[in-house]
Ligand binder design. Structure first.
Ligand code: NAD
Ligand code: ZN
Ligand code: ZN
Length: 354
């Protein structure tokens, strides 16, 4: 039996690098040899026992690699092709996918909530030497020769999610946009808002290095929530409320502040992962008569999404490599989790090399 190294989840605060069985490609599947991956904030939720996955699962959902095996039924790919695979792997054939809701993919049937997120959630993930890619025809996106692994790895999840939040907010040229939290997701949403034509992008965080990065990613103004009444300041800067507010943290406080920062009829585009209850105060909601829109977005995936994001990078519209602040070999992934989870040493994203 061929073996490979992989990062296996066993329970709360218990992940281990182990030798496990190497996957092989069945019909419609491919195996890629991982050349670069990373750790997502959601992996921290898993490690801390806040998002349940089954013990024994290989975690991680941000794969860049080289095709190692192609199962029967795939066309247009060769062994050795460099590919990017989204964190979300839609089947491309179910009602959800064919209706354009790829992230809620039902795998050949109807809809399944969060069904498109399979790697490191319901099937083995990318923090390993090899990865089995399901529905490979819909999910293997060839990487243009001129792009490095580092230039594309963040497109699998955080850039797709951040851009997705800006797109779901229907940002228009000339809009004012406020971004609650400038972690990796919020920073990508800032870049996305700028790209979509927002002319006043306000980034909010409480970490100096992240506020500095927000300016580098396109924020026109940054506000430190530790020292500023951010809702009042957004109302002042925008002359009565932002057109779009993007929530990129997942707390009741930032959700409510995002709502209160909007102009009447504005859009709250929510990206954070919440737990517990969210309450909406009636006056922030104009008693239900304020014409606001509240939209949520799960990271868009599939090969066409990845192709489009790679075009954005290839043509120099956005460079995400400054967000990769540290690199670790797969064997040292526990140290990478510790650094990333502790937000120490100015970390934003860590690159993991098998
Ligand atoms: N929708 C999706 O598909 C999707 C995908 C990936 C991650 N997520 C979620 O997005 C959220 C953000 O992820 P991340 O990796 O960027 O998180 P992160 O924890 O790295 O960053 C959070 C940031 O929030 C800042 N912050 C804390 N309190 C704040 C406040 N009151 N106001 C403003 N900023 C504040 C922190 O300083 C930090 O920079 C998480 O909930 C994550 O699970 C969603
Ligand atoms: Zn993720
Ligand atoms: Zn589907």
């Amino acid at each position: 039996m061929e073996k490979m190294k992989a990062n296996v989840f066993y329970g709360k605060n218990d992940i281990r690098i182990e030798e496990v069985e190497r996957p092989h490609a069945g019909v419609g599947e491919a195996v890629i040899r991982i050349t670069l991956t990373t750790i997502c904030g959601t992996d921290l939720h898993i490690l801390r026992g806040e998002y349940p996955v089954k013990p024994g699962l290989i975690i991680g959902h941000e794969p860049v690699g080289v095709i190692d095996e192609l199962g029967p039924g795939l066309t247009g790919y060769n062994i050795g092709d460099r590919v990017l695979v989204g964190a979300i792997t839609p089947c491309g054939q179910c009602r959800a996918c064919l209706s354009g809701q790829l992230s809620q993919c039902g795998h050949g049937e109807g809809y399944e909530a969060i069904g498109g997120w399979r790697f490191g959630n319901t099937i083995n993930g990318a923090q390993a030497e090899y990865l089995l890619v399901p529905n490979a025809q819909a999910n293997l996106a060839k990487i243009p020769d001129e792009l490095s692994d580092e230039q594309v790895v963040l497109l699998a999840d955080i850039a797709s999610t951040g851009f997705g939040g800006a797109q779901s907010g229907d940002i228009r040229i000339g809009d004012s946009v406020v971004e609650f939290a400038q972690g990796p997701i919020g920073l990508c949403a800032t870049a996305g808002a700028k790209l979509m034509g927002a002319t006043m992008v306000i980034g909010i965080d409480g970490d100096d290095s992240r506020l500095a990065m927000a300016q580098r990613m396109g924020a026109d103004v940054v506000l430190d929530y530790r020292s500023v009444d951010v809702v009042a300041e957004v109302q002042r800067l925008t002359g009565g409320g932002a057109d779009v507010a993007i929530e990129a943290l997942g707390t009741p406080e930032t959700f409510e502040s995002a709502l209160r920062s909007l102009r009447p009829g504005g859009t709250l585009s929510s990206l954070g992962v919440y737990s517990g209850k969210l309450q909406i105060p009636y006056e922030a909601f104009a008693a239900g008569l304020g014409d606001q829109r509240i939209v949520t977005t799960l990271c868009p995936g599939g090969k066409e999404r990845m192709r489009r994001l790679m075009e954005v990078v290839k043509h120099g519209r956005v460079d995400f490599t400054p967000l990769i602040t540290h690199t670790f070999p797969l064997e040292k992934i526990s140290a990478a989790y510790e650094l990333f989870g502790g937000r120490s040493d100015g970390v934003l994203k860590v690159a993991i090399k098998p």
